[in-house]
Design a protein around this ligand. Structure first.
Ligand code: AMP
Length: 417
């Protein structure tokens, strides 16, 4: 199947070509025809499957068919980053057409958003809080919405946005097309979906499994050695583009600063930053100005950066779902990637849950720590003696399986010395 088979308008087919999409991803194959017929849809899909294009391409196709100076499509997303990303793709699709898209979220000037709304937009991509705020002020009318998309509905719920979502629903016409996308289906989302979807088509892609293109490995290491391990791995293998997750905002910030001091182009993406700084970090990472981005879960949700080679869980996430989301940042749309997790003995339980969700064990990886204090360019000439000196007994013991798995490990993760 290719994109010509959908009978999309020539403009949309051109956009697809410009984006370099050769063939539709499975979720696109299944969703685009259903959305084009006007049906409601429940998409059970994780990020990285191409779901943004799966809903935006057919919606834009429908919007192009008509002309109206009112808001016709509302897309709700749980984070600013995801909203910005969907909006960016909407802008790509609508470039050169009469259609306008606007991102609406907090942390940036409201009057600026209101001004653009007054100038007329066709698509709003919003986080619930700011949109409600603007609705309460009477600065937008959603009475003409034809398409509603709830993206990452499970995270909407996780973050306590469902009451806001329900309030927003009260401002929309009953007659509309509704699309709900969610990676998982907690009871609350199932209930909401049943309430708001009318005879939906259901598309289920790898419901709770991560993309097959991601290899998963773990290091068991005491908390205090994590930074040394990270530095060693980066130094030895120079991963092209690395996204690191920490549990806390503070750790994201201090780890990024440490990496920067060690000579890496690293920055952090975490909730203590202003929206402008968050965007700067993300844009810099996208453009390759930063090769390492250290982020917390909330800040990084839904971020779409091409070619992330490695996701490193510096801290194990709290839930298996969060693990799937984090690692879905690499191996996107059929490219391959690696996910590495630093595991402390205290993490045993959650690791079991993650492995159950993955339906396989993460590869057990070992690493012998090098001497500390070498900057990236100083990797050559580290003697075996120095390495040995820096190595504790436990690590020597752990290094046994490494020899057995050596060639396999090397090809997948590039992790052996
Ligand atoms: P999403 O799941 O929407 O976050 O998309 C993940 C990534 O897949 C984005 O970088 C898209 O640009 C890319 N993508 C979407 N559709 C395709 C396709 N048909 N072929 C190749 N890449 C795609």
């Amino acid at each position: 199947m290719n994109f010509n088979d959908f009978s999309l308008q020539p403009h949309i087919v051109d956009v697809v070509r410009q984006c370099g999409f050769v063939k539709p991803t499975p979720i696109q194959e299944q969703s685009i025809p259903a959305i084009l017929t006007g049906r409601d849809l429940l998409g059970l899909a994780q990020t990285g499957t191409g779901k943004t294009a799966a809903f935006l391409l057919p919606i834009a196709d429908r919007l192009l068919a008509g002309r109206a100076s009112r808001v016709r499509t509302l897309i709700l997303a749980p984070t600013r980053e995801l909203a910005e990303q969907i909006h960016a793709f909407a802008e790509t699709i609508t470039r050169g057409t009469h259609l306008r898209s606007l991102a609406v979220y907090g942390g940036v000037s409201k009057p600026g958003q209101v001004k653009k709304l007054r100038q007329g937009v066709d698509i709003i991509v919003a986080c619930p809080g700011r949109l409600l705020d603007i609705l309460r002020d009477g600065d937008v009318n959603l009475g003409s919405i034809e398409h509603l998309v709830l993206d990452e509905a499970d995270h909407m719920f996780d973050q306590g946005f469902l009451p806001d979502v329900r309030r927003i629903l009260g401002h929309l016409p009953q007659k509309r097309q509704t699309l709900v996308f969610s990676a998982t289906m907690p009871a609350e989302i199932r209930k909401l979906a049943e309430e708001i979807l009318h005879k939906p088509a259901t598309v289920q892609i790898d419901r709770i499994r991560p993309a097959d293109t991601v290899e998963h490995g773990r290091y068991t290491i005491p908390q205090e050695q994590k930074t040394s391990l990270l530095l060693d791995l980066l130094r030895r293998h120079g991963y092209a583009s690395t996204l690191i997750f920490t549990r806390t905002k503070h750790r994201a910030k201090s780890l990024a600063a440490k990496l920067a001091r060690e000579g890496y182009t690293a920055t952090s993406l975490q909730g203590n930053l202003s929206q402008a700084k968050r965007q700067q970090a993300l844009d810099g990472f996208k453009k390759g100005q930063f090769t390492v981005l250290v982020a917390t879960d909330i800040a990084a949700r839904g971020i779409d950066v091409d070619g992330i080679s490695h996701v490193i869980n510096f801290d194990v996430p709290d839930t298996a779902e969060a693990y799937i989301h984090r690692t879905g940042r690499t191996g996107r749309a059929c490219r391959s990637g690696a996910a590495l997790t630093f595991v402390t003995p205290a993490d045993a339980k959650i690791i079991q849950a993650i492995q159950r969700t993955l339906a396989k064990n993460m590869k057990h990886l070992t690493h012998t720590l090098e001497d500390k204090g070498h900057r990236p360019q100083e990797t050559a000439g580290i003697t075996a003696e120095r390495r040995k000196n820096a190595t504790g007994k436990a690590e020597r013991k752990q290094s046994q399986p490494r020899r057995q798995n050596r060639s396999r490990t090397k090809t997948i993760f590039g992790l052996t010395a």
